[in-house]
Structures are given as structure tokens and as C-alpha cells.
Design a binder for this molecule. Structure first.
Ligand SMILES: *Cc1c(COP(=O)(O)O)cnc(C)c1O
Length: 368
């Protein structure tokens, strides 16, 4: 099913790719928990093998493609598996320009794995308006907002520069979600997500997806999805489809809570700097005080759970310097401005008053 762009995003999240099932009329897409399918004649099949195709996975892929306004979605067993599969479209000698504060696991994949296969990476601040994309670049990799500093990039401007240089722009849209940002509409060639985060939204599945409207790229990616095989199982696809149905209402509540918390933090003398892009649920701030104070802070909350990951209904808190971004070398962290006292919040959808009271307790424990 291709995207009906006349429909709103709440409607697409609930219906795209999810027509009632053909045999029984089941309203919910079933979990097609099967590895293989009976063939009426040798080699004559509608469905062949579940690494190649699975109906539950197809429903998920079509739904996310519709949300991003793309023609083709491909699901993977993790966000990093999706990113890795995209990088496998490159060849030794190809050059990649990558944003300089991307997700730590993306940085590790690029520098420790893909670089060994002869792909060259340059890390630059893509949020700077004067950023240059050299001619001959094959791929521009952009996160907006970035993690954990939540810098935003003018994606339409970067897409135009990438196109002029002969490069494809790929945007990791995990933090914004298609509710707030649809990079394909701004000129990106492909979008990736860690569906582990907001798209599933319930912290119970690890998954990833790529969406594109470029037919040739889609064919290549579908080949790689099957040839490399990092596919999600049908049960994970079912859970992610279920999570997606409430995406629009969840994102509104994440934004409401994060907006209020960012304003509240900004007014405090014990906070040096607050970063909040104005939408979605992520807020980062520099606590005045040393690493020990930041450690006391993140251990004192009771509703904000000390954990990696983000984007679930429950609020999480973490220290990038020693958790999500520990694999980024200290001198690069310092250059980027990821200080020891930087605390990252993933604001969930609990009651705002309870979240504020929880943070108040942490300020008292850290600095009191
Ligand atoms: C979590 C995350 C990833 C990696 O996804 P996994 O599902 O953990 O493999 C990639 N990009 C961003 C922005 C993320 O937050």
C-alpha cells in the first residue's frame, strides 16, 4: 500500500499498511509467526521465506513509509542494522560527510567497522549554515536534532548542497519523528530510524527502518536486506505496529512535558545551559558542579530511570559522558561540548508535576 498523502499522520499511523486481514477480516495485523510458506508449484509463490518477506513486517514497513511520505520502507532488527545496511551500498574509496555529534553507536560503526572496508569519513558540524559538502562526496549523514546536544540543521539547505556535490543525503530522524520532521519532503534521499525509540515508544523492542522514494536505492536496499539478513521477527514488527498507532498523541505529550521542563530548568541558578529544540521529548542541560554532583543527580531520581535509550512513555535520565557517548574519545567529547556535567533527559508522558518533583529531589541530592 502506498502512502495516501491526503491523510493526516494520526490516520496513517493507525491505518497505513494495515487493512483488515484478507482471510478472517481481523482488524489487527496478525503475527505471521512462520519462517516459510507452502508453494502451490515448485518456485511459484506469493510468499517464499521470512528473511525475504513476512506479512507482519510488510505492514510495518508500509506504515512507516507512509508516515515519512516515502514509497518504500525496509525494517531491520535494530537501528544500527538499518544504518549498516545503508552503508553497504557504498564501495571502498567512497567518501562520507557525517555530522560531528551523531549517536555514539553510529560513530563507532562508521569509525571502527565501515572505515576498515575503505570508506572515508569526515565529521563536520552540519548545523553550521556555512558548511561545505565537497564535490565527489557519496553520502552525507545527518542527525537533526543531534544527540546529546540537540543542535538542529537546515535539512533543505544541506540536501541542496549534497545534491550539488553528487551525494545522497540520509537523515537519522529518530529524535524528531515524522510527526515533527519529514526529511524526504525537504530533499533527503533516505530516512533512517531507530524504531526502538519514539516510533515503538514502549521500550520493549529493538528495531530499525529505512524509508526512501528512490526506486533504484530501494531495490538495492531490498536486495541487501535479504542478502545480509538483519531482519526483525514478526512479533517485534507486531509490537512496533501497535506502538505506532499512538505516535501522534504520544509525541504531543512528550513535547508538552519537555517544553515545560526545559523552561523550568532554564530558570534555575544551578543549571548552566539548557538545550531543547522546541519539539519532541529530549532535553539536555549542564548542571553547575563536577562529575560527582552529576552522578549524585542521576542516581537520586525515582521516576526518571537511570538508563540508556530514549523515546519511551517512561522518563529516562543519563550521563552521556560515561554512558551513551563513552565510546566517543574524551578529546572529541570536549571539542563538541559534551561536558562531564551534561545530563540528558528523555521526558516521558507521566504527569508533569511528578516529573518536576522528581528533578527537584535530584537537585537537592546533588547540590544541597
Ligand atoms: C538508538 C539510536 C540509534 C541506534 O539504534 P538501535 O536500535 O539501538 O540499534 C541510531 N540513531 C539514533 C539517533 C539513536 O538514538
Amino acid at each position: 500500500m502506498s502512502a495516501d498523502k491526503s491523510q493526516g499522520l494520526s490516520t496513517r499511523a493507525i491505518h497505513a499498511g494495515q487493512a483488515p486481514e484478507a482471510v478472517t477480516g481481523a482488524v489487527m495485523t496478525p503475527v505471521f509467526q512462520t519462517s516459510t510458506y507452502a508453494q502451490p508449484h515448485p518456485g511459484a509463490w506469493a510468499w517464499e521465506y521470512s528473511r525475504t518477506h513476512n506479512p507482519t513486517r510488510t505492514a510495518l514497513q508500509d506504515c512507516i513509509a507512509a508516515l515519512e511520505g516515502g514509497t518504500r520502507g525496509l525494517s531491520f532488527s535494530s537501528g544500527l542494522a538499518a544504518i549498516d545496511t545503508l552503508l553497504r551500498t557504498l564501495s571502498p574509496g567512497d567518501r562520507v560527510i557525517c555530522g560531528d555529534d551523531v549517536y555514539g553507536g553510529t560513530y563507532r560503526l562508521f569509525t571502527k567497522v565501515c572505515a576498515r572496508f575503505g570508506v572515508h569519513f569526515d565529521f563536520v558540524d552540519l548545523s553550521r549554515p556555512e558548511v561545505v559538502i565537497p564535490a565527489g562526496t557519496k553520502l552525507v549523514w545527518c542527525e537533526s536534532p543531534t544527540n546529546p546536544l540537540l543542535k538542529t540543521t537546515d535539512l533543505a539547505a544541506v540536501a541542496a548542497k549534497a545534491r550539488a556535490a553528487g551525494a545522497m543525503l540520509v537523515v537519522d530522524n529518530t529524535f524528531a519523528t515524522p510527526i515533527y520532521q519529514r526529511p524526504l519532503e525537504l530533499g533527503a534521499t533516505a530516512v533512517v530510524h531507530s524504531t526502538t525509540k519514539y516510533l515503538n515508544g514502549h521500550s520493549d523492542v529493538v528495531g530499525g527502518v529505512i524509508v526512501t522514494s528512490d526506486d533504484a536505492l530501494a531495490e538495492q536496499l531490498a536486495f541487501l536486506q535479504n542478502a545480509v539478513g538483519a531482519v526483525p521477527g514478526p512479533w517485534d514488527c507486531f509490537l512496533t505496529l501497535r506502538g505506532l498507532k499512538t505516535l501522534a498523541v504520544r509525541m504531543q505529550r512528550h513535547t508538552d512535558n519537555a517544553t515545560a521542563i526545559a523552561a523550568w530548568l532554564s530558570a534555575r541558578p544551578d543549571v548552566a545551559k539548557v538545550r531543547f529544540p522546541g519539539f519532541s521529548g529530549m532535553v539536555s542541560f549542564d548542571l553547575r558542579g563536577d562529575l560527582d554532583a552529576a552522578v549524585r543527580f542521576v542516581k537520586a531520581t525515582r521516576i526518571f530511570t537511570l538508563a540508556e535509550s530514549l523515546g519511551g512513555v517512561e522518563s529516562l535520565i543519563e550521563l552521556p559522558a560515561i554512558m551513551t557517548h563513552a565510546s566517543v574519545p574524551p578529546e572529541i567529547r570536549a571539542e563538541l561540548g559534551i561536558a562531564d556535567g551534561l545530563i540528558r533527559l528523555s521526558c516521558g508522558i507521566e504527569d508533569l508535576a511528578d516529573l518536576k518533583a522528581d528533578l527537584e529531589r535530584a537537585f537537592a541530592a546533588a547540590l544541597g
